[in-house]
Every structure is written in C-alpha cells, then in structure tokens.
Design a protein around this ligand. Structure first.
Ligand code: CTP
Length: 402
C-alpha cells in the first residue's frame, strides 16, 4: 500500500462493543499511516473493550463518545462530522449497531452520524456465529445492503465466545484494503455518466400495461459504482422497487417514449452512456381512456406500434461519447449481441443469456460477456451485479482514455 493512498480523505472510524474492538487500534494505525484524517466515534459499550485514550493517541484527534455533550457545546458535532466524512467505517460492527441503523434508530453519536451522512458507510460485522445466522440479523443486513451500505464479510474461525463459525472480524489489513478500494478509485472524476435502468411500461388502458421482468438492479449497480468513482451520474429509470442511490441525479420515467425524451435531453452533456434499461420495443397503438372490456369473444387483438430505439438513435449521433449497451438474449447470444453492437454503433455491449441460472433480470448476480467494437470478447464467471458494474466501468475508463 502506498503511504499517500488516503491523503485528503476524512474517515470516521466507528467502534462498537465487541471483543474484536481491540483490532480497531491496528486498523486506525493503518488508516492514519495511509494519510487519512481519522475521527473516532465510540459507542458506550466499545469503551468497555478499548480505551478512548488509545484511539485518541493513535488518531491524533479527540475521540467522540457522547451525543449530548457535543450538542451542549453548541457545535452540532455529529452533523459536521457526518458532512465532512468521505467514509464511515464501522469496525467491529455489532449486530446491535446494524440492527439499529437498519431500523432507523439513532440514539447515540455513532448511529446519528451514520443516519445523517451522505458519505459511503462500510460495516465490518463481528459477532457470534448464531447471531450472524439469525434471520433477524440477516434481514437487517440485507436491508442495509439493498440501500447501498457496504459490508466486509466476517471470516470463519474460532470465536471469542467459544464457538466455531462465521463471525470473526477480518484482519485490519483486509479491512484497510476494502476501505481504500471503496475510497481509492476516482478514475471517473470530471466525467458525466448517463445510465438507464429498469423496464418500461407501455399502457394499454388506465389499469393495464405491457412490460418485462427487469428489476433495475444491474443499472442501479452501474450508477452507484460510477458515482463511487467520482463521476456525476444521471440515472434515467423506469419503474423499479429500488431506492434512488445517494448522490445520483435520478429522472423517473414510465414508458419508452418518456425514456427516449429524457435520455435525448441529457445525452448532450454525457461523456459515457450505459443503457442497461430493458426498453419495450412496442407499445399498444391505442391506449383508451377507459378500461378495455372483455366482451364476448374468446380472443382479442392488440395492435402494437414500434417504440423508438433509443440506443440506435444515440449511436447515430454519437460524437465523442462512449456508448455501452446491454443485450439480453435467450439464444445465439454472441451472434445477436454482435449484431446489436454493430447496428447500434456501440463501443461495447454486455451480453447475457437470461435463461442461464445466476444471470438475468431479477437476481443479484449476472453472467456476462463483454463484446468490444474491435472484436474482442471477454467472458466473466458468475458475479454479483456490483462486481459486474466495476469490471464494466474498468473497461469504460479504458475506452474514455483512448
Ligand atoms: N434499447 C433501446 N431502445 C429500445 C430497445 C432497446 O435503447 N427501444 C437498448 C437497450 O437498453 C439495450 C440494447 O438496446 O442496451 C439492447 O436491447 P435488447 O432488448 O436486448 O435488444 P433490442 O435491440 O430491443 O432487440 P431484440 O428485442 O430484437 O432482441
């Protein structure tokens, strides 16, 4: 690790009350050595395991413990700390602190700071393996993850409570590496990235629509990853069940025509456009004001009209922009993806066979291949959508630099 890696970064190190709290001292030393300005916030029970004096000495800054002291001092300390931080790293994070944040409880300085921040939050949980497996904990963990909080998984091993299982805090070196990875790459700074995500809905009548199974997860993962790398991100999203990621400019649309208009309005300012949306190719030719009645007939015809192909149109007026599309296929993956890459004038297409297990619309993972305009093809193993997003952006950065 280069010693300058965290220069200029402000990190809040949250320490909660678990036996692994002693490892926070070593982690803090690494963060400071990496050049970061670190402010430690300890919970009351953390102070039973490690003294604030140790952490104060290592950080060179006062250690914060009490919410109300700060308020009495007329400096709303938790807000200013929360504003200044680039990262809040909670290590070790108990089941208790994760449960509180997941449920909106902010009853001490650490939980208040986490709730008030717009910075990224990274939890390094450590606990008894039964607590780790407890469905209540699993729910809280999953909820925070889906909201964009980051986690470092604990390791298997001998736990302080005498059990063997998953729950052990990883080495400080490992946590340090995850924190720097989260903060480190700023390779999209100064770039504007336009991302589309989710399905579109094509109205048939006031109560019905045609759509597809897209969940938006892939596009949202790309938007978050681009934001984390320093880009200004504009996200044009169809109707999905995902929260708007922090720090991303979101434009909500419903139909393909609305998505078309929103994308065309924003495209001019974009350096990189990534079209992960599953746009409906057709819409009902007529959409009545009233609910369609079933009548007496056993069959029914719905006439469909072609929607604009947003990506193809972007390809025709591409300028110096980098254009990346997705191809969701159920057969002849490479052939169809290559045709789309060429006909839409793209720099790269991300192809996935949506019939494959572990790939496709609704899951958290994907299995993709990257096809480049120069003929190169790269096949990736099954990965989380977040990981796919990172590899995709690595490629986009190379294309932007050309
Ligand atoms: N796309 C688009 N506008 C459309 C249809 C598709 O911008 N009206 C974009 C998608 O966002 C995706 C790429 O084109 O990035 C490929 O989409 P896909 O649905 O896989 O293919 P289509 O071009 O629609 O072709 P087909 O449905 O025949 O497979």
């Amino acid at each position: 690790m280069g010693s300058e890696m965290l220069q200029g970064k402000c990190i809040i190190l949250g320490v909660t009350g678990g036996i692994a709290a002693y490892k926070a001292a070593e982690l803090l030393r690494l963060l400071v050595k990496g050049g970061a300005e670190v402010h430690v916030v300890m919970t009351r029970s953390a102070q039973e395991f490690i003294t604030s004096l140790t952490l104060q000495t290592l950080s060179g800054n006062p250690v914060h413990t009490e919410l109300f002291n700060l308020i009495q001092e007329h400096e709303i300390g938790h807000i200013s700390l929360a504003d200044r931080a680039d990262l809040i790293l909670v290590a070790p994070a108990t089941a208790n602190v994760i449960g509180k944040v997941a449920n909106g409880i902010a009853d001490d300085l650490l939980t208040t700071t986490i709730m008030a921040t717009r910075a990224r939050v990274l939890f390094a949980p450590a606990m008894n393996s039964n607590m780790w497996g407890n469905p209540i904990y699993r729910d809280n963990h999953a909820k925070l993850k889906s909201l964009g909080y980051h986690f470092i998984e604990p390791l298997y091993g001998d736990l302080a409570c005498g059990w063997q299982g998953q729950g052990k805090l990883p080495d400080p070196q490992q946590i340090f590496k995850s924190a720097t990875a989260l903060l480190g790459s700023n390779d999209l700074a100064g770039k504007t990235v336009l991302v589309t995500a989710g399905p579109t809905r094509e109205e048939l009548d006031p109560v019905r629509f045609l759509s597809n199974y897209s969940s938006g997860k892939m596009g949202y993962a790309v938007a978050c990853a681009a934001r984390n790398r320093g880009a200004r991100v504009i996200l044009v999203s169809g109707p999905v069940n995902l929260p708007v990621p922090k720090g991303v400019e979101a434009i909500q649309v419903v139909s393909a025509q609305e998505m078309y208009r929103a994308v065309m309005e924003q495209a001019e300012q974009a350096d990189l456009i990534i079209k992960a949306a599953a746009v409906a190719d057709f819409r009902p030719l007529v959409c009545g004001d009233q609910k369609v009645k079933k009548g007496d007939s056993d069959t029914m015809m719905v006439e469909l009209q072609r929607n604009p192909d947003i990506l193809a149109e972007l390809g025709q007026h591409k300028g110096s922009r980098i254009l990346i599309g997705f191809a969701a296929e159920t057969q002849e993956l490479l052939k169809h993806a290559r045709e789309k890459l060429e006909s839409k004038n793209l720099d790269m297409i991300v192809a996935n066979d949506v019939t494959q297990e572990g790939a496709g619309f609704d899951g958290d993972t994907n299995i993709v291949r990257f096809l480049m305009a120069d003929g190169n093809v790269q096949e990736l193993p099954q990965m989380t959508k977040q990981e796919v997003a990172e590899v995709l952006l690595d490629k986009a950065v190379v294309l932007l630099d050309r």
